[in-house]
Design a protein around this ligand. Structure first.
Ligand code: TGC
Ligand code: FAD
Length: 392
């Protein structure tokens, strides 16, 4: 891997909007990514392997349970700090950010928000350090954008339930110790329960052959008459709003994360444009290349400001799900576009693992699909502004 010379673009002095704590959190995540991710990530992505050795460090920089209170094993940070950590991780690789997104927003958040006191005490401290890892099972083979149609279900057997069904495309599944799983009860209500590795009938086959998010482990969750103690059920949350409220947190993190990937592509292309000589001068001196760079830094700056404002609204408890959808959709679309333009600026070198751009570009194909596709988020905005549902 070439040396990591990353310089973060800050065209509108965004740093002035950040507190000292934000900058400290961001800078330590940035330094950790330079030291622990940049030197190894290309190799792991090429081999389609998850770098398990990074888990402990992710816990140490506050990437697991960033905004969960310290009393429960989190780090008690605010939403902007969480966003900045996601930005820095995805600057390294979307798969690394995915691992942290799932642990914080999709596993620790629901246990903290919907779990019993016993569940919180049992799982959260170990999840916060990475001693145990979790995954989130919502999507099924026949129910992706429309999770309300899920068929995974459980039946009440007194002190336990019997769980049957299957989840697909589950990040972290192959190595997760626990899964926060969404399934229907006998009344047809969606409920959440914590399934532990080792419960008989529970398996997590790995999904192979991905051209995207190759350094992240993806798998299925298969439940074949799994006996789950009733104490593992979230006691009161019912309906799709349970899992969807977890997605609000994860989508917020992705809005920031995608900016990190875009920054890395822009920064790489900018440096290359000053070094690469064609027709006797640096390619950065040609108007067509400057157009690309100028548009990239403009779009990154707009996304930075939008996400910062969303972070303020979330800190105040005022951000709506539709506002989060707009940011997720905008950031990922911006990043994938920048990755494609930046890759072109590197010519043939752009397709190699010498530079991070092609890896970011391929990763972003997953990021634009998971946590609600690009089009689903457009429909959420459309419904919000018209009051009319165009989903079905
Ligand atoms: P709808 O009738 O609109 O809503 C059902 C209930 O849910 C409430 N609700 C929300 N609550 C909290 N947050 C939100 N964002 C919410 N959106 C809706 C709603 O108020 C209602 O509540 P109530 O009390 O009336 O029951 O539901 P719908 O079936 O029409 O679906 C709406 C739709 C399509 C927007 C939704 O299902 C959706 O977002 N689909 C996309 C699915 C998705 O994003 N899946 C992600 C799976 S997890 C993942 O991808 C992890 S990747 C992680 C990684 O590796 O980083
Ligand atoms: P579909 O829902 O089949 O959509 C196919 C196409 O149809 C899309 O373009 C979509 O936008 C479009 N479409 C669907 N409905 C409409 C409509 N009403 N109007 C217009 N267009 C529509 N899920 C989890 O639960 N946990 C995870 O950890 C997780 N990790 C993932 C990791 C990876 C690498 C990937 C790729 C996915 C992951 N997912 C996870 C699943 C992800 O959330 C789904 O892939 C996503 O929600 C889309 O579902 P789908 O793939 O079934 O596509």
């Amino acid at each position: 891997m070439a040396t990591d010379n990353f310089q973060a673009p800050d065209y509108y002095q965004m740093d002035d909007l950040l507190t000292d704590e934000h900058k400290l959190v961001r800078d330590s995540a940035r330094a950790w990514v330079k030291k622990e991710i940049s030197p190894i990530i290309e190799d792991f992505a090429q081999r389609a392997a998850f770098p398990k050795q990074i888990i402990k460090g992710l816990g140490e920089i506050g990437a697991f349970g960033s905004y969960i209170p310290a009393e429960y094993g989190g780090h008690g940070l605010d939403q902007i700090s969480y966003g900045l950590i996601m930005q820095e991780l995805e600057r390294g690789d979307s798969g690394v950010r995915s691992t942290a997104s799932v642990q914080t927003s999709l596993v620790m958040y629901p246990i903290y928000t919907f779990g019993t006191e016993e569940q919180k005490r049992k799982y959260l401290p170990k999840l916060g350090t990475g001693e145990i890892m979790g995954c989130f099972g919502l999507t099924e083979p026949d129910h992706g954008s429309n999770p309300s149609g899920m068929i995974t279900n459980f039946k009440d057997k007194g002190d336990h339930v019997i769980l049957n069904g299957a989840k697909m495309w589950i990040s972290n599944a192959p190595f997760a110790d626990i899964g926060v799983v969404w399934a229907k009860d006998e009344a047809g209500d969606i409920r959440g329960l914590i399934v532990e590795r080792g419960m008989p009938g529970f398996t997590t086959p790995e999904t192979h052959g991905k051209w995207s998010l190759r350094a992240s482990a993806t798998g299925e969750l298969v439940f074949d008459n799994v006996k789950v103690p009733k104490e593992n059920l979230f006691p009161t949350i019912k309906g799709l709003k349970g899992p969807l409220s977890c997605l609000n947190s994860a989508r917020f993190g992705i809005s920031w994360g995608a900016i990190g990937a875009a920054m890395d592509c822009y920064d790489t292309a900018l440096r290359y444009s000053k070094e690469r000589i064609q027709f006797g001068k640096p390619i950065g001196g040609f108007q067509l290349q400057q157009k690309k760079l100028a548009e990239m830094v403009t779009e990154i700056t707009k996304a930075q400001l939008l996400c910062w404002r969303l972070g303020v609204l979330r800190n105040e408890g005022r951000a709506t799900p539709a506002q989060i959808s707009m940011a997720k959709r905008n950031s990922v679309d911006m990043a994938i576009h920048i990755a494609r333009e930046a890759r072109q600026m590197l010519g043939g070198m752009g397709i190699t693992g010498e530079y991070p751009i092609m890896r970011h570009m391929m990763n972003l194909e997953s990021v634009i699909t998971y946590e609600g596709t690009h089009d689903i988020h457009l429909l959420i905005t459309g419904m919000d502004v018209t009051g009319l549902n165009a989903f079905a």
